[in-house]
Design a protein around this ligand. Sequence first.
Ligand SMILES: C[S@@+](CC[C@H](N)C(=O)[O-])C[C@H]1O[C@@H](n2cnc3c(N)ncnc32)[C@H](O)[C@@H]1O
Length: 206
Amino acid sequence: MFHLPITSLKAQFGDIDIYLFDQLLKGRIQKGMKLLDAGCGYGRNIQYLMQAEIKVYGVDASTEAIDRVQQLAKELAPTLPARNFVQADLEQLPFADEEFDVVLCSAVLHFARSEFHFRSMVQELWRVLKPGGMLFCRFSTTIGLEGKLQQLEGRFYRMSHGPVWFLADEALILDLEQQLGAERLEPLKTVLVEQERSMTTWVVRK
Ligand SMILES: C[S@@+](CC[C@H](N)C(=O)[O-])C[C@H]1O[C@@H](n2cnc3c(N)ncnc32)[C@H](O)[C@@H]1O
């Protein structure tokens, strides 16, 4: 019988994405791996990973986010160098080809400024991933909400909470997979939030 207090889960995992947690349960992220969180924000998805002997790196366009994540690393994983966390755009990642075992990108790609920008960001995530490595992305799409969203131009939509987002669809994801030669590790999983937005998790192997 386990007697672990449920409250320790929050202390350990923070606000980790549930589908990323699923990848942990499946054993796809292991001790010693080199992992990049691209668009890491304040680090909710790497809080646990930093403490699990994973070589965590992070980039974000916001210097404030990078300051916060460096502080988090200092507190939780003092052996992780602060230089692992840098301000950068996903379009131009400051890393060599094939550096990472795992690349995460959660809630970033729908901020793309154009389809070209979206594709360039995905291409960069792919470039820095090792052959055999896992790319885990979560982004807003039109899946399950076809015809119900306010379309502006091309793949840009006015979201019900105000902003204009770039929304991919299944055809674009399939096209990217073919272009990259990616192997799907999971079926696409999409959560519909109040019939207002759709968040899709895309997990592939290089
Ligand atoms: C909604 S937050 C998500 C943060 C984190 N991935 C998470 O899931 O909590 C989006 C983050 O992406 C960053 N971002 C947006 N566009 C970016 C880009 N082109 N390059 C790098 N970071 C970007 C923002 O600065 C912000 O911190």
